[in-house]
Design a protein around this ligand. Structure first.
Ligand SMILES: [Zn+2]
Length: 309
C-alpha cells in the first residue's frame, strides 16, 4: 500500500481583508502538478509573478511569516499553509491579488472549510516525508525549539506570558486523522490592546479587529463571545507552528518541542534541519494495513514500515 501526493479536486475562491492594509483581498486555490508544493502567485502584478512557499523564500518573520522573490512578497501566509498542511494537501497554486493573504477570522478554520469544499484527489507521484534521524535544536535566551526522531508527527508547545488570562499554557499533540481540524484549526490569533494601538500608529494592523483576533487588555479577553478553547492561545501557537513547518516543503516525521518559540525561531530551526544531511532521510512510508493509511494521508502518525526513497 502506497501513499500518494494530493491536490485539490477543483479551484475554490474566497474574499477577505488584509490584516495590515485593511483592504479587500481575493484568494483562489487551484490544483497543481505533483512535486509543485505550495506555490504563491501575485495575480495583481504585471506578469503574475510566482513565489515558492518554502523556507528559502522566507523574507520576514516579525508578526507574521512573509515569503518573497525578486522584490515581490506575500505576507501572513502561515494560517493558510497550516490548513493546507493539516489537511494533507501537497500541491496547490495560491493566487492572491494583494501583498497579504486575507486574515479571515484569525484562525485556519475558514481555509479548512474552503479546502474541504474543493475536495482532494490523489496524484500519480508518491508522497515523500522527511524522517528525522537525529536531534536538531535552536536556542535564543529562554526560548527554544528542537526536533527529535519519532514515528509520526508530534508537537509539544509551551508558552509563558505575564498576563492573568494566559500565564503558562502547554499542549502536546500526536497528530492523527482528525487532530488538526478538531483541536487546532479553530484557534484564533491573539493580540494585546496596547500593541494594537502602537501598530495602528505605525499604519499597521489596520484590518485588525475583534472579528479576526482574540484581543486582551491588561486583565481580560475583550471579545464578547470569549475564547473558543480555555487554552486557545497555545493552540494558536501550534497552528502557527504547523504553518511554518509546511515551509519545509514535505511532511516531517519527527517530534517537535517548542518553548516560547515564534515564526523567527521556527524558521531558523527548519533551515538548520534541512542544511544538515545527517539529520534527515527522505522516505516513502508504506503502511501495511488500511487503518494505517488514512492518518498518513492527513497528518500521519504510526506507519508500518518506511521505505528509503
Ligand atoms: Zn497566527
Amino acid at each position: 500500500m502506497q501513499i500518494y501526493q494530493r491536490t485539490l479536486k477543483r479551484p475554490v475562491a474566497c474574499t477577505g481583508i488584509g490584516l495590515h492594509s485593511g483592504k479587500k483581498v481575493n484568494l483562489c486555490l487551484r490544483p497543481a502538478a505533483p512535486d509543485t508544493g505550495v506555490m504563491f502567485k501575485r495575480s495583481d502584478l504585471a506578469g503574475a509573478p510566482l513565489i515558492p512557499g518554502d523556507v528559502h523564500h522566507v523574507m520576514a518573520t516579525s508578526m507574521c511569516t512573509t515569503v518573497g522573490k525578486d522584490g515581490v512578497s506575500i505576507s501572513t501566509v502561515e494560517h493558510l499553509l497550516s490548513a493546507l498542511s493539516g489537511l494533507g494537501v501537497d500541491n496547490v497554486l495560491v493566487e492572491v491579488d494583494s501583498p497579504e493573504v486575507p486574515i479571515m477570522d484569525g484562525s485556519a478554520a475558514p481555509f479548512v472549510f474552503l479546502i474541504k469544499n474543493a475536495g482532494l484527489t490523489s496524484q500519480a507521484e508518491l508522497r515523500r516525508f522527511y524522517m528525522v534521524k537525529r536531534e536538531v535544536s535552536i536556542t535564543d535566551n529562554d526560548k527554544f525549539v528542537k526536533v527529535a526522531p519519532a514515528r509520526g508527527l508530534e508537537v509539544n508547545f509551551t508558552i509563558e506570558f505575564n498576563h492573568p488570562m494566559i500565564r503558562h499554557q502547554a499542549l502536546g499533540l500526536r497528530f492523527d486523522e482528525r487532530t488538526y481540524e478538531k483541536d487546532i484549526s479553530r484557534a484564533r490569533t491573539f493580540g494585546f490592546l496596547e500593541d494594537r494601538e502602537r501598530l495602528r500608529a505605525a499604519n499597521l494592523g489596520l484590518g485588525g479587529s475583534l472579528d479576526n483576533a482574540v484581543v486582551v487588555d491588561k486583565y481580560r479577553v475583550l471579545n464578547d463571545d470569549g475564547l473558543r478553547f480555555p487554552d486557545e492561545f497555545v493552540r494558536h501557537k501550534v497552528l502557527d507552528f504547523i504553518g511554518d513547518l509546511a515551509l519545509v516543503g514535505r511532511p516531517v516525521l519527527g517530534s517537535f518541542t517548542a518553548h516560547k518559540s515564534g515564526h523567527a525561531l521556527n524558521n531558523q530551526l527548519f533551515r538548520k534541519f534541512l542544511d544538515d544531511p545527517q539529520a534527515w532521510q527522505l522516505v516513502t512510508p508504506a503502511p501495511q494495513r488500511a487503518d494505517e493509511l488514512a492518518p498518513l494521508e492527513e497528518m500521519l502518525p504510526a506507519f508500518g514500515r518506511a521505505v528509503v526513497a
